[in-house]
Design a protein around this ligand. Sequence first.
Ligand SMILES: CC(C)(COP(=O)(O)OP(=O)(O)OC[C@H]1O[C@@H](n2cnc3c(N)ncnc32)[C@H](O)[C@@H]1OP(=O)(O)O)[C@@H](O)C(=O)NCCC(=O)NCCS
Length: 153
Amino acid sequence: MKGSYRALTALDLPVLECLHHESFPEAPWSARSFGELLALPGTGGLLAHAGLEPLGFLLWHRVTDEAEVLALCVRPAARRRAFARTLLRRAMTAFPKTEIRRVFLEVAEDNAAARALYKGLGFREIGRRRGYYRRPEGTKTDALLLEITLTDE
Ligand SMILES: CC(C)(COP(=O)(O)OP(=O)(O)OC[C@H]1O[C@@H](n2cnc3c(N)ncnc32)[C@H](O)[C@@H]1OP(=O)(O)O)[C@@H](O)C(=O)NCCC(=O)NCCS
């Protein structure tokens, strides 16, 4: 499955809702929430797709010279084909040109797939929020705060 990449637009809101629901059924975000986020100055994103089929997306929010990753999801059927790595690499390659120098994000400590992805890209752990994520079964998981500093190279 070969992917293409393009900027997210307001026309993608229903697609974002579906993709997010597939990846986070316990806490899905609505199309309306995505619309409110995308309408904020500094919010942007990328969609990975194969023709008309959406595969995954990355959404970020910029404040001054920092960008926070708000959401990253790849459809279960399209995982382990480097779509998430490519979404992040494309964004991080473009960010220095817009003077974004630092990217940070939160990831659940028990999310081994995402942690391996971020580690492979060079993110480092800078903090922890204890019991931040509540699981449907009632347990809690820490959130790890990760960051990477970008250069022009
Ligand atoms: C995390 C997620 C975005 C990864 O998407 P993906 O497109 O499958 O990831 P990639 O194929 O780009 O993987 C890049 C690297 O990440 C690591 N990785 C990805 N999935 C992994 C898994 N299930 N187990 C271990 N390592 C994994 C590997 O190092 C992989 O490199 P490799 O395939 O060459 O070994 C995807 O699993 C997902 O959408 N999960 C649900 C939503 C989520 O957790 N989002 C992140 C919230 S912080």
